[in-house]
Design a protein around this ligand. Structure first.
Ligand code: C2E
Ligand code: MG
Ligand code: MG
Length: 389
């Protein structure tokens, strides 16, 4: 049997079709039914889905009754609730599912779009992510052409100041709006770009240019937010980088102080002298620096102390596990302490639930980012989200 199996139960056949289509694109096997009765239970037995999408309102039975029956049947599948009702009702149903001991793993509010379904599936299947990473292979020419054709888009994931629960910034994350494959995630093409100095440079500048052009920042309240940008460590050998960035910002609505440049730990440390030169000049020009994915790389505390960072980001692999894994919790706690004793702000990414959010807040971690707050969204959706937050 394939590793990943999705079952959809919804009386709206269009929803069934759309979810099935996205699942197929991701290489995930799926079945759909509009019958929450016999057919549904037959599929549960035979197909043994490990993710189930359930419509909360069906003519024959409501979703909550179905959740009860699944709990009685001791289902361990991840359950996603789909509904056109008020978010608060859906959230309450989700809580109810949790209290019944079910593995509730998210909600989708109709009308749902393809990106949301895709994200929900990706979230539920590490295996799918791996499949995606393996399955989509691009050539350097294809990526280069995509950059020229403006196929790269930038999505924004909000960042919250935990003490005040206020939005203080966002991380800009690149995606490739591929004419054939749909929205392609960065893990599929960043490593390719990093193989080639010219490509990664073009990609980085394309992302920065996109941010600078974005209508989003015409709004005064949004314009005040910080924007974090990922810089491949591969580019830290290019001495002209700080000047290029400064030049690109000239005459723009952004000041360097609003931009946080995220560099991943592993690469940031490779050539200490050159790295130090470039990072220091970024700081002199007013940009701020963030050390990304902290805990996964090779830095020593001494290097962290010597390099001019303003912020460290605890890697999401620790944050996502901190409630269930003592060691992950210790790493996060120690990183927060380390950051604070070096006078740095600490960002936790990968917050997926309220308890993790509260835990980090109680440890005085400054900033939080994660699916619990929001996924990354395109500029238009970001504005919408921001207005409702
Ligand atoms: P990163 O910089 O560590 O970005 C955080 C990644 O974690 C993002 O994935 C984000 O969507 C994901 N994430 C955030 N919160 C959660 C959560 O609660 N749960 C889970 N499971 N994941 C969460 P994304 O967008 O796929 O980006 C992956 C990586 O691609 C980034 O990791 C970054 O290293 C690279 N990348 C993205 N955009 C750019 C770019 O413009 N330039 C360069 N050089 N690299 C980029
Ligand atoms: Mg990052
Ligand atoms: Mg990271």
């Amino acid at each position: 049997m394939p590793d990943n199996r999705v079952l959809i139960v919804d009386d709206d056949l269009r929803i069934c079709r759309v979810i099935k289509r996205v699942a197929t694109e991701l290489g995930v096997e799926s079945k759909a039914t509009d019958d929450p009765g016999l057919n549904f239970w037959r599929e549960i037995e035979r197909f043994e889905p490990n993710v189930i999408f359930i419509d909360l309102q069906m003519p024959q039975i409501d979703g909550v009754q179905l959740l009860r029956s699944l709990a009685e049947a001791k289902s361990t599948a991840a359950i996603v609730l789909v509904s056109g009702m008020d978010r608060s009702i859906v959230e309450t149903s989700e809580e109810l599912g949790k209290s019944l001991g079910l593995n509730m793993s998210g909600i989708l509010i109709k009308p749902i779009d393809i990106d949301e379904i895709r994200d929900m599936l990706l979230r539920n299947f590490d295996v799918v992510e791996k499949h995606l990473r393996d399955a989509l292979e691009f050539s350097e020419e294809e990526l280069s052409e995509a950059i020229r054709n403006n196929e790269l888009v930038v999505h924004y994931q909000p960042q919250i100041e935990l003490v005040t629960d206020k939005v203080v910034g966002m991380e800009a994350l690149v995606r490739w709006q591929h004419p054939k494959h749909g929205l392609v995630f960065p893990d599929n093409f960043i490593p390719l770009a990093e193989n080639n100095d010219r490509l990664i440079r073009e990609l980085t500048y394309a992302v920065l240019e996109t941010i600078l052009r974005e209508d989003l920042f015409q709004r005064d309240d949004i314009h005040e937010l910080n924007v974090s940008l990922n810089l491949s460590a591969r580019m830290l050998g290019d001495l002209s980088l700080p000047d290029q960035f400064e030049k690109m910002l000239q005459g723009q609505q952004f000041s360097p102080g609003q931009l946080l440049i995220e560099v991943t730990e592993s690469g940031a440390m490779e050539d200490a002298a050159l790295t130090m030169d470039i990072l220091t000049r970024f700081r002199i020009k007013g940009f701020r620096l963030s050390l990304d994915d902290f805990g996964t790389g090779y830095s020593s505390m001494v290097q962290l102390y010597r390099l001019p960072f303003n912020e460290i980001k605890v890697d999401k692999s620790f944050v996502m596990r901190l409630l269930t894994d003592e060691e992950a919790a210790s790493i996060v706690r120690l990183t927060i302490d380390l950051g604070h004793s070096l006078g740095l702000e600490v960002v936790a990414e990968g917050i997926e639930d309220q308890e993790t959010y509260d835990w980090l807040k109680s440890l005085q971690c400054e900033i939080g980012q994660g699916y619990f707050i929001s996924r990354a969204m395109d500029a238009e959706k970001f504005v919408h989200w921001y207005d409702q937050y």
